[in-house]
Design a protein around this ligand. Structure first.
Ligand code: SF4
Length: 560
């Protein structure tokens, strides 16, 4: 355990906790490679994913290209988020004060257990046995629907895609389009099977499917007194909450019921309305490929006679403070859940969201979920990437996801065989003679027919999903020692500055560049590559290879 921060401190706070196990949806049942292998067998899933991500990418690209200041907006979004993370505690306290002053109630939830307990208790206090829900990643993260059901409360998802997922007893597979893995004939079957009061003559025509959902949801909106939402943003200076959406279901949930309960991750706070302006330009273009999202609902506390008369804000930590504590990893909290990184990710496009095991799939899920849970609980996710960098380019708030992935790979537990292999490789590469011997051994393996096959156990796991490169017939060292065609430096050339001249100068007696007959390596004719060895002031072999085959005491050849 960590030591107390200082000897004078009377209270030991320790490290912030990660999200607890056994509740919520941040951990999968299986490591990513296993789950992805199954997903790759599903050709229908891959067709659906390719179609959907290609369509969204195209739309988004077109509207982003309309903005000449898109890169400046990205910079501004990134800067605002960095500022928020640097003073998150004070902004949250400011937000709490403003919400309370406007007639709301603020609850602080350290983790999923606490948040579920608070929200369930609030609903029970109203006497309602049903809640309507606005699409919310935070409530999925904590498993709120399961908590409701355990308490005898029926949650009804009102976002169309979330409704499809809920009625299909399924899991979301995309942040923005949770039912991206379903096509319209599958949706028709789900509606016929699970939607109350659906017309048995339902077709799979999209307007017909949408009309069926609208009929069912309208009745539910008008007869339910409690709503639960997430929030895209919260403005600290006024205590205002905001939800952006496309269907109008959010507007219904946020205005019709008597009681509104909002569960919001603590990272969603913004200092001021002015900051919101930046994100309201970034989010719709990067997310749905729209210039402006159709519905933006903002509310501040309670307004007598207008909208919900009881408003509760639940501020959710659930591992976020632990992410914040890692100064290299905290930029994952900048995410505004636009899903652009999913739509450009070649891994996501082939495996879909379920393979990630968490409600946060794709590139952002691969860096956020392991940090929320602790890397050991999601150790395969940082490796679920080719590190191509497309996610970084697409991210509207410029989260450097590839660097975060590498950062987390270094924190992930590694198998004993891998650690031993890497330690052995480091020792060999640090010693030129050993390295030369290893190269010769590799050549023998080539002759022995190992090429085209994987490494032998215990290293076989490394080549299970990769091709072992062919060893070249000739190594660089072989080529170097055998070359005969290097032109001599013209006599009139001035000494080259930098590496060569500097080292030669320190050597004073180097044969490199002076005595063309000094040995095989001297054919370098004074070129800079000859210098490192010549700098030791002994019989020089300008050839690195020569060092492997004879006594050499050049400093960089010393075997430590
Ligand atoms: S990481 Fe960036 S691109 Fe991905 S969902 Fe978050 S904001 Fe969007």
């Amino acid at each position: 355990m960590s030591e107390p921060a200082s000897a004078s401190s009377s209270t030991f706070l320790g490290m912030p906790a990660t999200a607890p196990r056994g509740v919520g949806h941040l951990r999968g049942d299986r490591p990513f490679p296993q789950a992805a292998r199954d997903a790759l067998q599903n050709s229908q899933l891959r067709r659906n994913l390719r179609h959907a991500t290609t369509t969204i990418r195209g739309k988004s690209g077109r509207v982003i290209a309309e903005l000449p200041d898109w890169q400046a907006l990205r910079d501004a979004g990134s800067a605002i988020k960095t500022d928020v993370m640097s003073r998150l505690p004070e902004l949250l306290v400011e937000l709490e004060e403003r919400v309370v002053a406007a007639g709301g109630v603020v609850h602080w939830a350290a983790d999923a257990h606490e948040a579920n307990r608070i929200v369930t208790g609030l609903v029970q206090a109203t006497g309602s046995e049903r809640v309507i829900k606005v699409k919310s990643m935070a409530t999925q993260e904590i498993g709120l629907n399961e908590a409701f059901e355990a308490a005898g409360i029926t949650p009804v998802e009102t976002d169309l895609a979330e409704l499809i997922v809920q009625l299909g007893d399924d899991k979301p597979s995309h942040i923005l389009v949770p039912a991206i893995h379903r096509n319209r004939s599958e949706i028709r079957e789900i509606f016929l099977r699970a939607m109350p009061g659906v017309d048995p003559a339902l077709t799979d025509d999209p307007p017909v499917l949408a009309a069926a959902a609208r009929r069912y949801l309208r009745e539910t909106f008008l007869s339910t007194r409690v709503a639960v939402s997430g929030a895209n943003f919260a403005i600290a200076e006024t205590g205002t909450l905001g939800v952006v959406e496309s269907e109008g279901n959010g507007r219904m949930c946020l205005t019709l019921p008597d009681t509104l309960i909002t569960v919001m991750g603590i990272e969603k706070v913004l200092p001021s309305w002015r900051d919101l302006e930046v994100f309201l330009q970034l989010l719709p273009r990067a997310s749905t490929g729209e210039r402006m999202n159709p519905y933006t609902t903002m509310w501040t506390g309670v307004t007598p006679g207008d909208g919900p008369q009881n408003f509760h804000l639940v501020l959710l930590d659930n591992g976020r403070s632990a992410v914040l504590a890692d100064t290299a990893g905290r930029s994952a909290l900048h995410c505004i859940r636009c899903s652009a990184c999913l739509n450009v990710c070649p891994v996501y496009e082939r495996t879909g969201g379920h393979s990630y095991g968490s409600v946060y799939p794709g590139p952002i899920g691969a860096v956020l979920s392991p940090q929320l849970t602790g890397v050991a609980d999601n150790a395969s996710l940082p490796f679920a990437s080719s590190l191509c960098g497309a996610c970084f380019d697409a991210c509207p708030v410029k989260i450097d996801i590839p660097s975060l992935l590498v950062h987390l790979r270094n924190k992930a537990p590694h198998a004993a065989a891998e650690k031993a292999a890497m330690a052995a490789a480091a020792r060999i590469m640090d010693r030129p003679r050993w390295y030369a011997s290893a190269q010769r051994a590799a050549k023998m393996a080539r002759i022995a027919g190992r090429r085209g096959r994987g490494l032998p156990p215990p290293l076989s796991g490394w080549t299970a999903g990769r091709d072992l490169p062919e060893f070249p017939e000739q190594t660089f060292r072989d080529w170097w020692s055998g070359r005969t065609d290097t032109p001599a430096r013209p006599a009139a050339d001035p000494p080259s500055p930098g590496f060569s001249s500097g080292v030669s100068g320190s050597d004073g007696g180097s044969s490199a560049g002076r005595d063309a007959s000094a040995g095989p390596g001297s054919s370098a004719g004074g070129e800079s590559l000859a210098a490192p060895e010549s700098s030791v002031g002994r019989e020089s072999s300008a050839s690195p290879d020569a060092s492997a085959g004879r006594e050499s005491s050049a400093g960089w050849e010393d075997e430590r």
